[in-house]
Design a protein around this ligand. Structure first.
Ligand SMILES: Nc1ncnc2c1ncn2[C@@H]1O[C@H](COP(=O)(O)OP(=O)(O)OP(=O)(O)O)[C@@H](O)[C@H]1O
Ligand SMILES: [Mg+2]
Length: 639
């Protein structure tokens, strides 16, 4: 029998931070009782303590049994299962407490101990410290809270990964709830890029929610992303589409610059002059005018006037009997003018010729025209008070937009992108992030900058727009690499880490790995985590829903955690639908449906209506909105 019940065995092999421990003869496997608490011995993910004088080294068990036997002993070792591989991760000093990293190594013969609840408390036990946020409890010892250091979580970036339904969004909702607690963090600043519109309801009282079809009765606001704040590279793919020909591209650049210059002359904006302005400067210009000009440039027909060049004055409009143009065109409504067909026969007294323009972008211009008329693009191309008129005058400027997104008194801003066309998702996310980054980067010495008031940007479903080739990854890569210095942190949430740009993933200092069955995804996560914790990550496929392995900078030791599920009203809108509903609604089942419930005959008319309107709110809900006197809904419409 051991004199010290925590003694497990002795160190037999040390190679870097990876050590092998041979369990002592007297160590019972299975359950052990110490001070009334039960401990499981030899569990992967469990902790080991190795005292070295005044210092305690701490490690995580990553392998147990036959495969943990050192190779040279494998042949002769009778009891293969009495070995463990342990990864050292940090050390505890009596004075300073726990530190990550190892300054000294154990040697052969040193004693290895079980980590008791008392030890764990010295490592983890700081529940009242506002520098830490509690995300759950240790899976091994549920009386000990799992704490995450907020500083490191935010500035060193983090990733929450796991298969669909493993509990990522719920975890994020829990973290956001804790971080937006106004008594502790009254000036928290969090921006959520919410692709599926899951968080609005759960955080409605603490968040400013921006949506394409805002429910004003719930205080939601219209989402506007002004196209003119985009750089040329961001703008072209979502408007005109790619332009291969260098000459054509140059022409478009010149036109945009010209429109911006003209607007700037009339409405000067502090910080930018006509001389230092470029096509990428965030200066309002009318894209409607750009489209109209390009369209006419290529499509207009002209009366031939010998010696006179083709111009607006020579346009041959199609006229009705009274001599009035049938359709003169409307710039802001994106209606094209109708021109007479060419007349070039001998007998014709007046000749009408096609435009002599050699621009090859009529398809691009047509694509832009149809986007200008498509209401799904209104958030971008008709952005309410940020919509420039034909001359480039806007009611509001970028500072209003930024103070809406970043300067609200509520700690969280949710940009609900669920209604935007998926084809332009990456571009839109990319420009939103670049906008925020640029604003905080240039404001780095101001109180509004990220240094004084850091920001956490949560990127839900990051795999959808962050693979290497997509444009959003350019902005995110910049935040991942440089954000720390300017107080811009991010939290990636993804079910397919393998599809995310590896540069971005490897910059995530803290990883919340939830159940993850795909081996390619697992190897990406293993590659991105700094510690060598293969054994721990081997557990990922068998984690329960809501269980996470947290590794990295924001936690002292890698921990296997049961994430606290937020209270029912704080959960994201992503609950698993019940296929078979065992009880009734009174039993707490939110959805009344289910395959085992009788139902009324279906009517898909409303389904199609909602689909066409691209707004999931039913007629009944909209009626309620009407009745509550929603005057605000009319606000923000372009004049
Ligand atoms: N900590 C938890 N405890 C209990 N149940 C949980 C926990 N976390 C999540 N769940 C449940 O699991 C289901 C899926 O959760 P969630 O929507 O958070 O998954 P997800 O990983 O975000 O999925 P997806 O990748 O599809 O977005 C929900 O029904 C949720 O209530
Ligand atoms: Mg989710």
């Amino acid at each position: 029998m051991n004199a010290d019940p925590t003694l497990l065995g002795t160190v037999e092999d040390v190679s870097g931070a990876s050590i092998r421990i041979k369990l002592g003869q007297g160590t019972v496997s299975g359950l052990s009782f110490i001070e009334g608490q039960s401990y499981r011995i030899g569990q992967v993910g469990g902790f080991i303590r190795i005292p070295l004088g005044f210092v305690n080294l701490y490690g995580v068990i990553s392998q147990v049994g036959a495969s943990a036997v050192p190779e040279r002993l494998a042949e002769i070792e009778q009891h293969g299962n009495r070995w463990m591989t342990v990864q050292l991760v940090g050390e505890g000093h009596p004075a300073t407490g726990f530190d990550r990293g190892i300054s000294q190594f154990p040697t052969v013969g040193d004693a290895a101990h079980l980590v008791t609840e008392h030890d764990l408390r010295t490592i983890y036990g700081r529940p009242q410290d506002p520098r830490f946020v509690q995300v759950g409890r240790l899976a091994s010892t549920s009386s000990i809270p799992a704490l995450v250091e907020i500083d490191k979580l935010v500035t060193r970036h983090s990733a929450v990964v796991g298969t669909t339904g493993s509990g990522k969004s719920t975890t994020v909702a829990g973290i956001l709830t804790a971080l937006s607690e106004s008594s502790l963090y009254p000036s928290a600043r969090i921006l959520v890029i919410d692709i599926h519109g899951e968080y609005g309801r759960a955080l409605s009282d603490r968040a400013a929610v921006f949506r394409i079809n805002p429910d004003k009765s719930r205080g939601e606001r219209a989402l506007h992303i002004p196209y003119w704040a985009m750089t040329l590279d961001e703008l072209l793919p979502v408007t005109l589409g790619g332009i291969e020909n260098i000459g054509d591209r140059g022409f478009v650049i010149d036109r945009i610059t010209e429109l911006k210059t003209r607007a700037l002359k009339q409405w000067p904006r502090a910080g930018v002059t006509i001389d230092d302005m470029s096509v990428d400067s965030p200066v309002p210009f009318s894209i409607h005018q750009l489209w109209f000009d390009l369209h006419c440039e290529m499509r207009a027909t002209h009366f031939e006037r010998p010696g006179a060049p083709q111009s607006r004055q020579t346009w041959a409009m199609e006229k009705d009997g009274t001599g009035k143009a049938i359709q003169a065109g409307d710039v802001m409504k994106a209606i094209a003018p109708r021109f007479s067909p060419p007349k070039d026969n001998k007998g014709d007294d007046e000749k009408i010729r096609l435009s002599r323009s050699n621009l090859g972008i009529s398809r691009n211009a047509d694509a832009l025209g149809s986007k200008l008329r498509d209401t799904r693009f209104d958030f971008l191309l008709r952005p309410g008070p940020y919509l420039p008129n034909e001359e480039g005058k806007t009611e509001r400027d970028l500072d209003d937009l930024l103070s809406e997104w970043l300067g609200d008194i509520r700690p969280i801003s949710i940009l609900d992108l669920s209604g935007i066309p998926p084809a332009i998702q990456s571009e839109v996310v990319g420009s939103v992030l670049r906008l925020v980054y640029d604003a905080l980067f240039w404001a780095r010495n101001l109180p509004e900058g990220g240094r004084e008031r850091p920001i956490l940007i949560v990127l839900e479903e990051a795999h959808a727009y962050l693979d290497e080739k997509q444009i959003a990854s350019v902005a995110v890569r910049k935040i991942a690499k440089e954000g720390r210095k300017y107080g811009i942190g991010m939290m990636l949430v993804s079910q397919r880490p393998a599809e995310i740009d590896q540069t971005i993933l490897s910059q995530c200092g803290t990883i919340f790995a939830m159940r993850l069955s795909n081996s390619v995804d697992r190897s990406h996560i293993k590659g991105a985590a700094s510690d060598n914790l293969d054994g721990l990550f081997a557990m990922l496929p068998v984690l329960r829903t809501g269980e996470a392995i947290i590794v990295g900078e924001a936690v002292n030791l890698p921990i296997r955690t049961l994430i606290d599920r937020p209270s029912s009203r704080r959960r994201p809108d992503s609950t698993d639908p019940k296929v078979v509903v065992p009880g009734s609604e009174e039993d707490g089942y939110e959805s009344p449906g289910g395959w085992n419930q009788p139902r009324d005959p279906s009517d898909y008319a409303e389904a199609v209506e909602l689909w066409r309107r691209q707004d999931p709110r039913s007629r009944r809900v909209l009626q309620e909105v009407e009745q509550t006197g929603d005057v605000a809904a009319k606000e923000g419409e372009p004049k």
